[in-house]
Design a protein around this ligand. Structure first.
Ligand SMILES: Cc1cc2nc3c(=O)[nH]c(=O)nc-3n(C[C@H](O)[C@H](O)[C@H](O)COP(=O)(O)OP(=O)(O)OC[C@H]3O[C@@H](n4cnc5c(N)ncnc54)[C@H](O)[C@@H]3O)c2cc1C
Length: 201
């Protein structure tokens, strides 16, 4: 079982300065204070030397396909553990790749086109989620990638756009998305109460 913990940068710096034993103690305390994890891991044995820390965890691919190999999920890119898109994104990419491979097997003349379509659809979604989740991502995205993210936004429903704007505002990352949404005419951050969200209780 692999267990990850996301920490504010300042806390991570403090822990890095501390010795490994303090690092490990803090990790175990966090698990003990998280009831579900504590329950699942009650009989688990810690693997010595397995605790590692990492910053700037977001990574992106230079290519999404290599010949007949399609990259999906974390093998392709990682955006943000807090944004909670990893699993949905992995499944989205898997289904896009399956469609492209199926078309290629059925009509080999369409292989190149299917691959290009996969790269374009998946790449555009990745660009949008980087824009939504990675601070100052406008500095790292090329104008072409921002244009592709804008295309995805243009095809999204107005509710989806409003929710994305709301989310980016809640995490202080609206400076990424706001200019793109403004071009599409979405400027108002909706009040929570005006969005009839499903009752999840
Ligand atoms: C701290 C943290 C919190 C997260 N929180 C969320 C969240 O709340 N919501 C969300 O949607 N996503 C979250 N994610 C992201 C999500 O976990 C990943 O994006 C998702 O699991 C990726 O799925 P995957 O199938 O691509 O890769 P994985 O789930 O990593 O699956 C890859 C599998 O391949 C196996 N494997 C590796 N090498 C080999 C090999 N050589 N041979 C055979 N098998 C191999 C691995 O053991 C693993 O089981 C979080 C990630 C982290 C790190």
């Amino acid at each position: 079982m692999s267990v990850g913990v996301s920490l504010p940068q300042a806390r991570l710096h403090e822990l890095r300065a501390a010795d490994t034993a303090a690092h490990k103690k803090h990790f175990h305390q966090l698990i003990a204070h998280t009831p579900l994890l504590e329950q699942i891991m009650r009989d688990a044995e810690f693997v010595p030397g397995s605790l590692k820390s990492l910053r700037d965890y977001a990574y992106r691919p230079t290519r999404l396909t290599v010949g007949r190999c399609y990259l999906v999920g974390d093998a392709a890119a990682f955006v943000d553990p807090i944004n909670s898109v990893g699993v949905v994104f992995g499944m989205y990419a898997g289904s896009l790749a399956a469609g492209a491979i199926e078309r290629s097997l059925r009509e080999s003349a369409k292989e190149e086109r299917s691959r290009a379509l996969f790269e374009s659809q998946y790449g555009a979604r990745l660009a949008l989620f980087r824009l939504l989740a990675v601070p100052h991502s406008e500095q790292y995205l090329s104008p072409e990638e921002i244009a592709r993210a804008r295309q995805v936004l243009a095809l999204s429903s107005s509710r989806e756009r409003q929710l994305m704007l709301l989310q980016s505002t809640m995490t202080h990352r609206s400076q990424n998305l706001a200019p793109v949404l403004t071009q599409l005419g979405v400027t108002e951050v909706p009040e929570h109460s005006t969005l009839a969200l499903p009752d999840l209780t």
